[in-house]
Design a protein around this ligand. Structure first.
Ligand code: AMP
Length: 407
């Protein structure tokens, strides 16, 4: 479906064209019409599907048609600063030929930031993109007027609940006008999201675009290793796999720091990113990465959601992520838009069960690549996932057809 078929404002169509979008993605095709018809929407869609434009475009279109000067028209609440910045940038591109304005409110440690945000909020903006805690800090000061708000968007809602933002979201909703259009986007739909949706949304249209499945075009491989084999294996992968930009994920920032040290020692041109860095440092690392000056980034899950850099064609999970959703998000950083991507996961001996649960969620077994002989003997893949009642082996055995790989 072409964007010209949606009946968008001509100035918005110009922005779409300038962004080089021709055809709507499936999520856009399904989500845009009900939003334009004024309906509340709950959509499960992964990042990389074009979901940001799926809510931005109809929201912007309405605000163009129904503009109230000096009033906030839409509030987009997101879990992380990085996502807030990215959505604001997306919005800037699409709104280039319109008079719509937007602000990203995401905090940071220095007081000047707060003052700048306050000034921007006092001047007003059509669309505010914010992280919950920071928005509440501003709301508490009393200068934000949301009386004419038309849209509330909750993006990556599952992540926000995981991060403990439920109370903050409730506080924000309390100050919004009752009559408004609500849009909720979530990569997954666990029960707690359905409960949230029940409280916030009004007779929503429900749209499901492949729940928690990574895009098919990502080539997934896993290595079953002993813990000490991980470092030499990562070095080998980084040396021998062709890539433009690679992301190496670790679950803990301690591991990120340690691995970065080791890799720098091995003369790799890399940088690290985690929550101990100041916002300015994070941004400068990300821009060096995006510009190709630093081809490899070692990161915690802070980067696993929402970050959209077209040139990432390799993701390495140095450890197995906490759950299937994190796995899908991590590997979803590659193969963005039209690009291809490869995702390698290193499974330590103690991580086999965790990985088996992820495979169960994916509904398929991830191919296990042979560990290079020079790294020595490696363990076999013998996941033993405890069943609910016996504590013994369970259905995983059914799930894995064929003999476990061995060296
Ligand atoms: P998202 O899922 O919102 O993170 O978007 C993923 C990427 O797809 C972003 O780089 C968008 O700019 C891009 N994108 C979104 N919609 C389209 C479209 N209709 N055609 C081509 N690229 C798109």
């Amino acid at each position: 479906m072409r964007f010209t078929e949606f009946n968008f404002h001509p100035n918005l169509l110009e922005g779409i064209e300038a962004s080089n979008y021709e055809n709507a993605t499936p999520v856009q095709e399904q989500v845009i019409p009900p939003i334009m018809a004024g309906k509340d929407v709950i959509a499960s869609a992964q990042t990389g599907t074009g979901k940001t434009a799926a809510f931005l475009l109809p929201v912007m279109n309405r605000l163009l048609e129904n503009h109230v000067d000096g009033q906030v028209g839409a509030l987009i609440v997101v879990p992380t600063r990085e996502l807030a910045i990215q959505i604001a940038q997306h919005m800037e591109g699409l709104s280039y030929f319109t008079h719509l304005s937007s602000i990203a409110i995401y905090g940071g440690n220095d007081a000047q930031n707060f003052v700048n945000e306050k000034k921007a909020l006092q001047m007003g903006a059509d669309i505010i993109v914010c992280t919950p805690g920071r928005m509440i800090a501003h709301l508490n000061m009393g200068y934000v007027n949301l009386k004419k708000l038309q849209f509330l968007v909750l993006d990556e809602a599952d992540r926000m609940l995981d991060m403990g933002f439920q109370d903050d979201i409730n506080k924000i909703i309390k100050v919004l006008p009752e009559k408004r259009q609500n849009l909720l986007f979530s990569a997954t739909m666990p029960e707690k999201i359905r409960q949230l949706a029940k409280r916030i949304l009004h007779q929503p249209v429900e749209i499901n675009i492949a729940i928690s499945k990574p895009p098919e075009k990502i080539v997934q491989r896993a290595y079953v290793v002993y813990e000490p084999q991980k470092l030499p294996l990562v070095k080998k992968i980084l040396k021998e796999t062709p890539y433009k930009n690679a992301l190496v994920f670790c679950s803990r920032k301690q591991t990120v720091k340690q691995l970065t040290r080791e890799l720098k020692h091995g003369k790799f041109n890399i940088a690290e990113i985690h929550s101990d860095l100041e916002q300015a440092e994070r941004e400068s690392v990300l821009s060096a990465f995006t510009a190709g000056r630093i081809p490899v980034l070692v990161a915690t899950d802070i980067l696993s959601r929402g970050i959209d850099i077209d040139t990432i064609d390799l993701v390495i999970n140095y450890d197995v992520p906490g759950d299937g959703e994190d796995y899908v998000h991590r590997i979803g950083r590659t193969a963005r838009a039209e690009a291809d991507g490869t995702a390698f996961t290193l499974i330590g001996e103690k991580e086999q069960n965790k990985f088996a649960s992820i495979e169960q969620l994916l509904g398929k077994e991830v191919e296990k690549a042979p560990v290079p002989a020079e790294l020595g003997a490696s363990p076999a893949y013998h996941p033993r996932v405890r069943s609910g009642n016996s504590g013994g082996r369970n259905t995983q055995r059914k799930f894995y057809r064929g003999a476990p790989r061995r060296k």
